[in-house]
Design a protein around this ligand. Structure first.
Ligand code: ATP
Length: 589
């Protein structure tokens, strides 16, 4: 397909806010793509040229793009900059300057190749090379195509499409309905690679074979697995009711989750022998040279994927440090210095893959057994402490011991459960400290909009925040609270800084709201919020069906900025919120 034909679809998608329409337009587009193109388009829809977890960014700044536009359109750089100041959008600038130009035969693959080259060029002279490649492509393209290409290079393509919508559209394109979505989603959860899943689905001769090929997708070392997540229950009795007569209980370490991939067939200096991914599936390997070495030395396997919680400790007193200290290890600079200052222990708690085999279908009990065969209980990497318990009394006792030793609580695990990638379920239950009448957990909200301030707050640029949660089924963000207090002055300032970067000029397609803030932002930033209670409210769209009220937060206050820890789609979901609402009445101390 020609790139200019792809951008006709992009134009349509940009102008649509109904999800059904978006899915239909997208499936029309996908139907026309070959197996060689489908993965490239899947990545482009994510604003990428490769899967999102690969650290290859297109990453061009305005001041590089304006030079490329100037060169492609034969105008001075000053003119480009003047026009950019007037139009406020580099995409519109190139569209105007390319007006009337006829499109060329450049295909999706040609443009993808150019973008890949841009993303992979580094070192001396790379700025000039990137500008040349972009200018070369822009010269060839018609006005609309040039606009979209510029948006892609600046990471500003906003089609309002999340991964679940792409999965739906793939299914609709092949089956005529959404019936293949669960199978596609499972493959995506196992690999986190939308292009890879789409290509598998597109490469078989018949629709039946295609689905079979996707069903066979297994974990692969190097492709991060979307993490299994825990449910909440209000008290020890409900846990025992759910888990049965025997269950495993582990301390809930308060550090950060690491997913470790080891493949001893890869060369030691390739950066691929050991890879470490965050909860958010970002490649963090370069931040933890000490853990990389420990994995090589201490893990007794040819290839494996395991998960654990990393936590900083004081080597003299052997005490664990609070989360605020541990989190200092997630840094780009002074990595070695901080590795020495804040050594980490990694508590391995699950094994997903071992010596060539995907073992997610084995029971937790079997996976744990294999885990302790490849990792010892001493060293920098240790198996998480585990006790097999049988009653609510035993559970309460262990919970209290963990709280007394300064930990967050416990994780309770079902012994016969498989590992469910990308799912929150009762195979794991988290049990944290609770207070009577208060919610037992914080809520991860997505920043959706800003109310500009009055009075003292004018100085901060922010007087209030509109926040929401995620509706997984509909792939949309719904509002849950307006927050005007509960932030320090510095926090208001920080919100302003963040909001300015992600400000958009109209309500994003994936946001459903009955109220309008002063301005909208792209749903990107996740804020951890603590509230006294969840209430029903006609104002908010979270969980709202027809004339029934939605759900809202009472007395919300900011606990933390989740930063790179969570993507918007990892925020609390509507169904979790409703479950929390139902349970809050039953909370016991
Ligand atoms: P939270 O804010 O509670 O960390 P979350 O959405 O990141 O929420 P949950 O599924 O709610 O994740 O809680 C599980 C998290 O607890 C895991 O992601 C992991 O980082 C951490 N954790 C600590 N100790 C353990 C353990 N023994 N087993 C599993 N997860 C653990």
């Amino acid at each position: 397909m020609k790139f200019s034909d792809l951008t006709i679809y992009f134009e349509e998608l940009e102008a649509t806010s109904s999800r059904i329409e978006l899915t239909n337009i997208l499936s029309d587009l996908l139907k026309k793509l070959s197996p060689e193109e489908i993965d490239k388009v899947a990545y482009l829809l994510q604003g990428r040229v490769v899967p999102f977890y690969e650290p290859i960014e297109i990453g061009m700044a305005d001041k590089m793009v304006d030079q490329a536009i100037a060169s492609a359109c034969n105008v001075s750089r000053e003119n480009v900059q003047k026009l950019s100041a007037k139009l406020g959008d580099m995409g519109l600038v190139v569209e105007q300057l390319s007006g009337g130009k006829k499109g060329s035969k450049l295909t999706i693959s040609d443009v993808h190749e150019g973008l890949y080259k841009i993303a992979n060029t580094s070192g001396e002279g790379s700025v000039g090379k990137k500008i040349n490649v972009l200018a070369g492509l822009l010269k060839e393209l018609d006005a609309k195509s040039a606009k979209h290409l510029v948006k892609i290079t600046l990471s500003k393509l906003r089609l309002g499409i999340g991964d679940p919508t792409v999965l739906d559209a793939l299914s609709v394109a092949k089956e005529g309905d959404k019936s293949a979505r669960p199978v596609l989603e499972e493959a995506y959860n196992k690999t986190s690679d939308l292009g890879f899943v789409a290509k598998k689905y597109w490469s078989a001769a018949s629709a039946q074979d295609a689905l079979k090929a996707v069903k066979k997708v297994e974990l692969q070392v190097g492709k991060p697995v979307r993490p299994a997540l825990a449910e909440r229950l209000p008290d020890a009795e409900s846990v025992v009711k759910r888990m049965g007569e025997e269950f495993a209980v582990e301390p809930k370490y308060d550090g950060f989750r690491n997913q470790v991939h080891l493949d001893r067939r890869q060369k030691a200096d390739s950066g691929k022998q050991v890879q470490i991914f965050s909860r958010n599936l970002e490649n963090m390997t370069h931040m933890f040279p000490d853990l990389v070495e420990a994995v090589k030395k201490e893990v007794n396997a040819k290839s494996t994927i395991f998960e654990g919680e990393a936590i900083a400790f004081n080597p003299v007193t052997e005490e664990f440090l609070p989360f605020q200290e541990t989190t200092k290890r997630r840094r780009k600079y002074s990595v070695e210095e901080f590795a020495a200052k804040l050594p980490l222990k990694l508590f391995a708690f699950d094994l997903l893959y071992l010596n060539g085999n995907d073992i997610t279908n084995l029971s937790y009990k079997e996976r744990r057994k294999k885990l302790s065969q490849i990792i010892s209980s001493e060293g920098q990497i240790m198996v998480a402490k585990e006790e097999i318990l049988h009653s609510s009394q035993e559970l309460t006792k262990m919970f209290e011991e963990q709280i007394a030793s300064g930990l967050e609580g416990v994780m309770i695990k079902k012994l016969d459960a498989p590992y469910k990638a990308g799912n929150r379920g009762f195979h794991w239950v988290k049990f944290k400290r609770m207070a009577a009448g208060e919610l037992s957990d914080t809520i991860d909200c997505v920043l959706l909009g800003i109310y500009t301030g009055t009075g003292k707050r004018t100085g901060f640029g922010v007087g209030g925040l509109l926040v929401g949660v995620y509706n997984q089924e509909k792939d949309e963000f719904v509002t849950v609270s307006r927050i005007g207090t509960g932030l320090t002055d510095d926090e208001f300032r920080k919100v302003n800084q963040i909001a300015q970067k992600i400000k958009v000029d109209k309500k994003p397609a994936r946001v459903s709201s009955l109220i309008n803030p002063s301005y909208w932002v792209e749903p990107k930033e996740v804020l951890e919020i603590f509230a006294d209670e969840i209430t029903r409210s006609p104002v908010h769209t979270a969980g709202k069906i027809g004339d029934e009220p939605g759900y809202a937060l009472r007395f919300p206050r900011l606990v933390s900025f989740r930063g790179a820890d969570k993507r918007a789609e990892d925020a609390t979901t509507v169904s979790e919120l409703i479950n929390m609402y139902k349970r809050q009445r039953k909370v016991k101390v």
